[in-house]
Design a binder for this molecule. Sequence first.
Ligand code: IPM
Ligand code: MN
Length: 339
Amino acid sequence: MSKRIAVIRGDGIGPEIVDATLEVLNYLEVPLEYVFIDAGLARWKREGVPISEKDLEIIEKCDAVLKGPIATPVDRKGYRSVNVLLRRFLDLYANIRFFKSNPLSPVKNLDIVFFRENTEGLYSGVELRPLPGIAISLRVITEHASRRILLRAFKYAVENSRKKVTVVHKANILRETCGLFLETAEEIARDFPQIEVEYSIVDATAYKLIRNPDNFDVIVTTNMFGDILTDEIAALVGSIGLVPACNLGDKYAMFEAVHGAAFDIAGKGIANPIGLMLSAAYMLRYLGFRREADRLENAIWRVLSLGNVLTPDLGGTSTTRELIREVINFLVSDSGHCL
Ligand code: IPM
Ligand code: MN
């Protein structure tokens, strides 16, 4: 039976990389049916809403969401991030980002799976200016949300033969919010004696990630720390354009790349679609199409290994179209079996 995918093409380079990904998925012959949803800054400018209630109802009925980057500008009053809205609406509490060295990476042997809490913390949206000259953002941390992201990270570690989980916090200063996250982590860690647990303060973690990246395995942390650290680790992979991500809840799933809308290169035909293609591989796996997911990852790996068809962000001079053709060539030449 075919799976229904809500596709959000997004802003900036979004439409180019989403179309590239769908073109490549087409060669895998998986039974997918697409429902296109128009959401983002462009729609907000046109209609005053970035996504409608009706769209949200359609999304809820789909098996997964594949999403291009949606811009969240700093200077638009009244514009709320669609990324954050979807994560909260679908209760996608785990933002899981995968960082693996590839033949182009400046850092070898990197293999980090990052679990970022995705629904609360400094993203709770509770902000006010109670008096002129004073601004407050509430960092809401609940035991419920901490428990479920921590559990997900520890379970992932066990199920994927990982050895260590690093819990990142700043409980020396944020005694209540990070304190609760840390206490919950200590309690959960007791149920996973086979996993080595490391507690690491966020600023020191940022330093250690550059100094000794291979000391990290699975990392779990709160929302904003995760946002910042994952961009840092992306640099170790070689480009933020190569990093895939899943946003998972208990009922829904959304797959997106980690990078933004890159308006500076939009429409030039040189955007790198690999982050989204790799995210689509995770979507295939989530939907039960494991073999096809492996084939897609293998084809991309071969493109990166060969290294002669690369977009400018990877140091090459190729276009998105040439890259798509290269991925498809590898998919076709490898058809039917995975490496
Ligand atoms: C990300 C992005 C988003 C975030 C923005 C666009 C709301 O930076 O997915 O990491 O801050 O989570
Ligand atoms: Mn981010």
